[in-house]
Design a protein around this ligand. Sequence first.
Ligand SMILES: Cc1cc2nc3c(=O)[nH]c(=O)nc-3n(C[C@H](O)[C@H](O)[C@H](O)COP(=O)(O)O)c2cc1C
Length: 41
Amino acid sequence: MARALGLGTCWMTSPLQDEATIRKVLDIPEKKEIIAVTPLG
Ligand SMILES: Cc1cc2nc3c(=O)[nH]c(=O)nc-3n(C[C@H](O)[C@H](O)[C@H](O)COP(=O)(O)O)c2cc1C
């Protein structure tokens, strides 16, 4: 879908080294497990 919209994306796990910041910025509750980040742009 991203490509169809002229955007790029990829699977990323290294940003989870700072999981606390990811949770804070994206407002993800502790009860949710984050398995990856998919940037879009
Ligand atoms: C489980 C998983 C985790 C990944 N994590 C990262 C990451 O943290 N940073 C990164 O630059 N690429 C990461 N990649 C690789 C990218 O998702 C992507 O496959 C790679 O950049 C090659 O892209 P391309 O096929 O468009 O050249 C990860 C791939 C997998 C399968």
